[in-house]
Design a protein around this ligand. Structure first.
Ligand SMILES: Cc1cc2nc3c(=O)[nH]c(=O)nc-3n(C[C@H](O)[C@H](O)[C@H](O)COP(=O)(O)OP(=O)(O)OC[C@H]3O[C@@H](n4cnc5c(N)ncnc54)[C@H](O)[C@@H]3O)c2cc1C
Length: 428
């Protein structure tokens, strides 16, 4: 009987196992997880911390016992894989066990990156794992924080800002980038969001590095607060410091001499790495970006699911491919919806559709007769159609909406003339 291994049981690992079984493959599967938890959805961690979701709500696929009954695998939990030898086809875990495999999926995700200047701090928080969510949840239950500095003005940072703001905490959002959502938003849209945040009383320190922070402790050694040093010399006193500076793909189990690794593990459209029998999926890998034609980490929940499924089907011997994805962010925060589609660095003809009565703002860039990116504020209903359209055009299909899509866009309040611009229609 063939023996498969799956390293990491998050979104990608779960979908791979499910695809293996749905393909009718009876291989023995060893699933390694460094925790004893079922797969969780990191997007839901802030909802748990905010008290808006019960603990169990973070685990969309049920308990490990339920999953084991459905999908038949050996779960090797509380066990961290330290090394995959792609030549010998073995997996070594931190308990010293070394087991053989025929095919392996690396689905180790990403870890929160904490810069060296913060490494010695005991009382700071991150938001990535269930443990991170529980730690902040419990800290908020134990103490009423009046001020917080959140480093990292990303989709994660803003969700943490939201939950603290809603508890009455004074929030300062800081980032080295000049604007909020620097990797997804056009500067004009960032400025609109920042204006709204300012009106709510949220402070922002952008375009400056955080040089470091010192913690203050009480007599018992408990951290009571922190002095945050901004690179331009300013200091901020805060009771709570949350770091969401970025993530790093967890690629350390593989040997770069055996498997091609750049920022992530490089995979093709079948989720195969450069080493035979080794697959990778999810936040640890870089697959095709349809827009750039280069491989890139696109750290999205749905992307990890698709990649996991494709890897699982190929491991099971049922050929499958995912031709790639585009950069894509959707977030709801502080009564706003922001959606960024495509690479926000691409320039071209800019068109705006703004409806003060319907309260939305939509900005697009059209280049060489095709849309290359969208920013949508407060009109999430159009995002599915626009994302599908962007991908369709990138796949070489005509830049035309179907009559049904056009009708839906108009129903969501878009101006017909704006839709014409998206299709690069010219007027005499
Ligand atoms: C706070 C937050 C908000 C987010 N919001 C959104 C959003 O709004 N929309 C969106 O699309 N995406 C969002 N994401 C991203 C999305 O959650 C990820 O892209 C997705 O969960 C990646 O799944 P994965 O399976 O690749 O990795 P993970 O879910 O990280 O799973 C990897 C698993 O591997 C385990 N592991 C790692 N190394 C080892 C090892 N050596 N041995 C054993 N086990 C190991 C880890 O413990 C982990 O359980 C968000 C992420 C976070 C953190």
């Amino acid at each position: 009987m063939e023996r498969f291994a799956i390293i990491g049981f998050g979104c990608a690992g779960y979908h791979a196992l499910e695809a293996i079984r749905q393909a009718g493959c009876g291989a023995a599967v060893d699933v390694y997880s460094e925790t004893n938890l079922p797969p969780y959805n990191p997007m839901l961690t802030t909802y748990y911390t905010a008290g808006r979701l019960p603990y169990e709500g973070m685990f969309p696929f049920g308990t490990l016992k339920q999953i084991a009954a459905r999908l038949q695998a050996r779960f090797i939990t509380d066990t961290r894989v330290v090394k995959v030898d792609a030549a010998a086809r073995t997996v070594t875990a931190d308990d010293g066990n070394c087991r053989p495999y025929d095919k392996i999926l690396v689905a180790t995700g990403a870890t929160a990156f904490v810069p060296g200047s913060f490494a010695g701090l005991k009382g700071t928080f991150c938001m990535r794992t269930v443990d991170d969510a529980v730690k902040l949840h419990d800290a908020l239950a134990a103490r009423e924080y009046r001020s917080a500095v959140i480093v990292g003005a990303s989709m994660v940072g803003i969700k943490v800002a939201e939950l603290l703001y809603n508890r009455g905490c004074h929030v300062t959002l800081a980032d080295m980038a000049p604007h909020i959502f620097a990797l997804a938003a056009y500067p004009e849209v960032s400025e609109m969001i920042e204006e709204r945040l300012r009106e709510m009383g949220i402070d922002m320190v952008f375009g400056q590095a955080i040089a470091g922070a010192e913690e203050h402790t009480d007599g018992a050694g408990n951290v009571t607060g922190c002095t945050v040093h901004i690179a331009d010399g300013r200091v901020i006193e805060t009771e709570l410091l949350v770091l969401n500076v970025g993530t790093r793909a967890a690629t350390g189990v593989l040997d770069p001499a055996q498997v091609q690794i750049e920022r992530g593990i490089v995979v093709n459209t079948r989720m195969e790495t450069s080493a035979p029998g080794v697959y990778a999926a999810g936040d640890c890998c870089q697959a095709n970006n349809l827009q750039s034609g280069q491989t890139q980490i696109i750290g999205l929940w749905a992307n990890a699911g698709v990649q996991g499924r494709v890897a699982g089907r190929n491991m099971a011997g049922v050929g499958d491919e995912a031709d790639g994805n585009i950069l894509h962010n959707i977030t709801h925060f502080l009564n706003m919806d922001f959606i960024g589609l495509g690479d926000n660095r691409l320039t071209g003809q800019v068109y705006v559709d703004q409806s003060p009565d319907k309260g939305f703002y939509l900005q697009t860039v059209v280049r060489d007769g095709k849309p290359v990116g969208f920013n949508i504020l407060d009109n999430y209903g159009v995002s599915g159609i626009l994302k599908a359209h962007l991908i369709k055009v990138l796949r070489g299909q005509p830049n035309r909406f179907s009559p049904e899509q056009r009708g839906q866009l108009i129903r969501y309040g878009l101006d017909e003339r704006f839709i014409d611009h998206l299709e690069a229609r010219t007027y005499d």
